[in-house]
Design a protein around this ligand. Structure first.
Ligand code: ATP
Length: 272
């Protein structure tokens, strides 16, 4: 995503409303092709205020493509995406924050100046508090080009959090983070959701997803093959936990007991 897209996301955003029953985000029958490749087919999704929805699935199943559409930085071939800032969630004026899978920042600027640049486009952003929230306060003076992959992702998370938007769309926010930061990241997500904001994230970290997500959408080859609470999906698959249920859910064999395939860890599925 370009800096321009980050500052001026294109969405079908509707006028913010005070009606609590309005979903923060609604996607209906989203389909998309890249040339001959069908990447998404009839994906529908609704996210309520305060809800955390995780999109999971194997590599190439369409998660990032879907999240770009949900964030409003790209438009699908067909279907609609509507963002509606509902209730009294904070962040009036900015409907969503987006963390792309590979956040990029201009070299030669320190972290604080970088967030200060983006904060100019956002009402009520607190740069120091945001740097503290994502665990980068101590290196606020460091230049962006000297950051590790995980630190760059945390800075991207900080950019998405600026101004407390009512909707956060986070593409693999935990990728490349050490175990402590993974826990911190999912704790931040929990805090955000408990303050009434909505989060859609994609992740291969199914342990934290099972603990934090209210709903899990499982994509396989661009289709939704399962959608439910972590507990529902685990029970439906017959596996002991979401990580073990993954293979069964992706293959659509939920009536079968957890197979050997289901016992592959997400990492094994990812790194095939
Ligand atoms: N710009 C593009 N042009 C052509 N094909 C694309 C493009 N972007 C993505 N694809 C293809 O679309 C499919 C879905 O990609 P996407 O990045 O959405 O998957 P993903 O589920 O996020 O994967 P991962 O877990 O590896 O990040 C893949 O087959 C990918 O190669």
């Amino acid at each position: 995503m370009t800096d321009h897209e980050n500052r001026h996301p294109r969405t079908n955003a509707s006028t913010p409303t005070l009606d609590d029953s309005t979903p923060t985000l609604a996607a209906e029958n989203v389909s998309h092709r890249f040339g001959d490749l069908r990447v998404l087919e009839d994906v529908s999704l609704s996210v309520e205020p305060g809800e955390t929805v995780a999109v999971v699935g194997p590599n190439g199943s369409g998660k990032s493509t879907l999240l770009r559409f949900l964030a409003g930085v790209r438009t699908p071939d067909s279907g609609t995406v509507t963002q509606s800032a509902a209730g009294d969630a904070p962040g009036e004026g900015r409907q969503s924050g987006y963390l792309p899978q590979q956040p990029e920042f201009r070299a030669g600027f320190c972290l604080r100046d970088t967030l200060a640049f983006y904060a100019k486009f956002v009402e009520g952003a607190d740069i120091d508090q945001t740097l503290d929230q994502v665990g980068l306060a101590e290196i606020r003076g460091q230049h962006t080009e000297t950051l590790s992959g995980g630190q760059t992702r945390l800075l991207g998370l900080g950019r998405a959090l600026l101004g407390d938007p009512p909707l956060l769309v986070l593409d693999e926010p935990a990728s490349g983070l050490d175990p402590e930061m993974v826990e911190r990241l999912f704790a931040i997500v929990s805090d955000i959701a408990s303050s009434g904001r909505s989060v859609v994230l994609s992740s291969h970290n199914l342990g934290p997803v099972e603990r934090v997500a209210d709903r899990v959408l499982v994509l396989s080859d661009g289709r939704v093959v399962a959608d439910g609470s972590p507990r529902e999906l685990v029970e439906r698959s017959g596996a002991p936990d979401l990580q073990m249920a993954f293979g069964t859910l992706v293959s659509g064999d939920e009536d079968e007991p957890a197979s050997t395939d289901a016992r592959r860890t997400p990492d094994e599925v990812v790194e095939q």
